[in-house]
Design a protein around this ligand. Structure first.
Ligand SMILES: [Zn+2]
Length: 703
């Protein structure tokens, strides 16, 4: 070997490091020859005089890309070991490619020079301390880099030229395969075809990627693995949201050939590590776009429409797609007063549109919130009036689309059964062909056959379930009848709010709400997609509290008659006038009492001529009301109960005089009368007892 004399015994006493690297997992998998020759280096180190025990292999970088700046553990370990000075030599397949970047190799060579470490590859032994070797290493490194550059350049140029002709083979999305001539054709597997076509059909029907995921619940979707151990193979799995987006955004399904849709972008973090990420280029920057390159699942305009629809679904980017709620103008209604969009609120049982400015405290005095039904009913009427026979025909074709979609669902299950039957047949044939003596193989083949039969039975059940799950569709004639009566179709319970909103949005661009001239009115501005505008004025609904209020006419009549009419009579008069309460019921005494209370209408005085109330009698006599009540209770004073239960006392001068006399004669009520009684001091106790007895007597019988 060249320069073998440079290996001195001092170096043989130190370790020999075999550094192995492969750039990617694909190289590790496919280029086993290279790996094998790298491991053979250990044998070479032994042949050059290193003890087996001091030969170490660093292969931690196998499968880690050597591109510039990617952190690589093994290489770091190599540098660390060299710096520690206990390495005699480094063995590599091509020493100038120890690292992909020349800077790394130069750094390693510099450390090796300082620590007296040799670099050995199949070409020979290099001593970095030797000026000639260092020049040679540097030169080879530069050449290597140049070589890589030229190769990459040529490859890229050829690749680009092939791509511009639409001939560069790129991994095909699921649903496409290369035929024997290398052309891109739709996958002949009918189940795969149906699954891919149904993704587009489901998106057309429901309008959202999550809707497609829901439509595929319980149904499998083909996936093609890009790279890895399963590269290029078709496997079946669940359809995820990301996959739906991948399918919808892939221009290949529209028959277009695209090269350079993604570009890698590099960034360097402050630690010097380079990060590479793939980013999608805008369509205008795609280097190659060949339309009608192969048969598409959808058309190019269809692809663009799907793209626009997906963009319109991105609520975090300000889009307001139609939602499931029943408020029809959700997403397209604006406050004409402040110019902000109106929010749809479902917080109460009656949905409403609310000006969104209130959250920013930017409401203007004319900003309103309005019950959704007020606007929706008026707008829906306008829309149904505007629909023409051509649009009805369009609706009919949409119905055909629905029927087609349902067929596709069961078609997928039928195809699954067909496939399961084929697999079972194949397993059966394999089992029949095996030699009876080969029992082990026969046993496993039999087990596989049984599995396939079970899968077939399962697929059959799934097909039946898919057929049963679908309620019968209305016939074409029935649909035509329905379509002729479009308002009925519009209001049919089977028509979802989302469908109504879609239909609305196909004709109406937006709706603006303006306060009406009258407080109870609202003006609705409709801007059609044609550019025409319409304005409607509609009444705002009466508040439920207001609606239950007593009619003004009844209150007015009660005000006129109330002060002089009894409750019974007033109820009769109100009913006779054909009036009802706020709840729509006829008036009764209770209702009249409520009106009197609510509108402060006095009842007629219950007292007949010459009658006075208890309080008045007490005032005139200068006593308390309890005295008057006592007299009435003990029948010393006449009184009658009025219609409302009040006591009415017939009052004459005679009665008043009698009452005054009674008071004057009462020691309890009149202390002066009590003091006129004679007092006898020696018989004080007896007199006191008599006074008490008298007083008690006075109080109970004759106050
Ligand atoms: Zn507003």
């Amino acid at each position: 070997m060249n320069g073998e004399h440079k290996i001195m015994s001092s170096r043989r006493q130190r370790a020999a490091l075999i550094y192995l690297r492969q750039s990617s997992m694909a190289q590790v998998r496919e280029h086993t020859e290279s790996a094998r020759s790298q491991y053979a280096l250990a044998g070479k180190a032994a042949a050059l005089g290193w003890a087996r025990t001091s030969i170490e292999v660093i292969d931690a970088d196998l499968g880690v890309s050597g591109k510039w700046g990617v952190p690589r553990e093994g290489f770091t370990e190599l540098v660390t070991r060299v710096c520690s000075g206990d390495v005699g030599a480094i063995f590599g397949i091509e020493i100038t490619r120890l690292a992909r970047s020349n800077a790394d190799v130069a750094r390693l060579a510099e450390f090796a020079r300082i620590t007296g470490t040799l670099l050995i590859d199949p070409d020979g032994v290099y001593d970095p301390a030797d000026m000639n070797d260092r020049v040679l290493l540097g030169f080879k490194g530069t050449m290597g880099e140049m070589e890589l550059h030229v190769m990459a350049q040529r490859l890229q140029a050829n690749k680009r030229a092939a791509a511009e002709r639409g001939e560069l083979r790129t991994p095909l999305p699921v649903g496409y395969v290369h035929d024997d001539a290398g052309e891109v054709v739709i996958d002949p597997d009918a189940e795969v075809q149906a699954a891919v076509a149904d993704v587009f059909a489901a998106f057309a029907a429901c309008g959202s990627a999550y809707g497609v995921v829901a439509a595929f619940a319980g149904r499998r979707f083909p996936l093609r693995a890009y790279g890895g151990a399963w590269a290029g193979q078709l496997r079946w799995g669940r359809l995820t949201h990301a996959r739906v987006l991948g399918v919808l955004k892939n221009p290949g399904y529209a028959g277009a050939y695209v090269f350079g849709r993604y570009a890698s972008r590099r960034t360097v973090d402050p630690g010097g590590t380079v990060h590479t990420a793939m980013a999608e280029r805008p369509r205008a920057e795609w280097p190659v776009l060949i339309k009608d390159h192969h048969e598409g699942y959808i058309t190019w305009p269809g692809y663009l429409a799907n793209e626009a629809r997906l963009a319109a679904n991105r609520t975090n980017a300000g889009a307001r797609p139609p939602r499931e709620g029943c408020a029809l103008c959700q997403g397209i209604i604006w406050c004409g007063s402040c110019g902000k969009p109106m929010r749809t609120s479902y917080h109460t049982e009656r949905p409403s549109y609310e000006c969104s400015s209130h959250r920013d405290l930017l409401t203007t005095p004319a900003c309103r919130s309005v019950a959704a039904a007020t606007v929706d009913d008026a707008v829906a009427r306008m829309l149904l009036d505007a629909l023409t026979p051509e649009q009805v025909a369009l609706a009919l074709s949409a119905a055909d689309e629905v029927a087609g979609r349902r067929q596709r669902v069961s078609r997928a299950a039928e195809l699954a059964v067909e496939r399961a039957r084929y697999e079972a047949g194949r397993a059966e044939r394999a089992f029949c062909q095996v030699e009876p003596e080969n029992r082990l193989v026969a046993r496993s083949l039999e087990a596989r056959w049984e599995d396939r039969l079970a899968a077939l039975a399962e697929a059959g059940q799934a097909l039946e379930a898919a057929r049963d799950a679908q309620p019968p569709l209305p016939g074409r004639a029935e649909l035509e009848k329905l379509a002729a009566d479009l308002p009925a179709l519009w209001h049919a319970p089977a028509t979802s709010s989302k469908d109504r909103k879609r239909l609305l949005r196909t004709l109406i661009a937006d709706i603006t709400l303006l306060p009406g001239q009258q407080p109870g009115q609202v003006r609705i501005g409709i801007r059609w997609h044609t550019g025409a505008t319409d304005e409607l004025v509609t009444d705002r609904p009466i508040h439920s509290g207001t609606a239950r209020r007593t009619p003004a006419a009844a209150v007015e009549l009660a005000r006129q008659l109330g002060p002089a009419t009894s409750n019974d009579e007033l109820a009769r008069r109100l009913n006779a006038a054909g009036l009802t309460t706020g709840h729509g019921r006829p008036f009764d005494v209770k209702a009249v009492q409520w009106i009197r209370h609510a509108y402060n209408i006095p009842a007629p005085a219950p007292y007949a001529g010459g009658e006075i109330p208890v309080a008045e009698a007490a005032r005139r006599l200068g006593c308390t009301t309890s005295v008057i009540y006592y007299w009435i209770e003990s029948a010393q004073l006449d009184a009658r109960r009025g219609p409302s239960g009040r006591l009415c006392i017939p009052w004459t001068s005679n009665i008043e005089a009698a009452c005054r006399r009674r008071i004057a004669g009462s020691g309890h009520l009149n202390p002066a009368a009590r003091r006129t009684r004679p007092r006898n001091r020696p018989q004080r106790h007896e007199a006191a007892a008599v006074t008490v007895g008298t007083a008690r007597h006075d109080h109970t019988a004759n106050p």
